[in-house]
Design a protein around this ligand. Structure first.
Ligand SMILES: [Zn+2]
Length: 85
């Protein structure tokens, strides 16, 4: 896989990119209106990238609404605490 001109991380499919998007949202603390919110197919490399622009991804929006992102984030924070010991 040749690196993309955008220098963004490349994902081979929309599904994998969406999983990475959701994972990113559970791993990092983003301020409102910041951080990646959707995935798109890149015209330069033909793979998928994450983007912070545009409308929020439906899958992510649903998980945020259901509180799944928050739960997973809390779980990750616990895991990190355990790992640090
Ligand atoms: Zn690209």
């Amino acid at each position: 896989m040749k690196p993309c001109v955008t220098a963004k991380k490349m994902y081979p499919s929309r599904e994998i990119a969406e999983d990475a998007l959701i994972e990113a949202r559970t791993q990092f603390e983003y301020k409102a209106n910041q951080g990646p919110i959707d995935v798109y197919m890149c015209e330069d490399c033909g793979y998928y990238h994450l983007t912070s622009q545009g409308k929020m991804n439906d899958k992510l929006a649903t998980q945020l609404k259901d509180g799944k992102i928050k739960l997973q984030k809390e779980a990750n924070q616990w895991m990190n605490k355990i790992k640090k010991r």
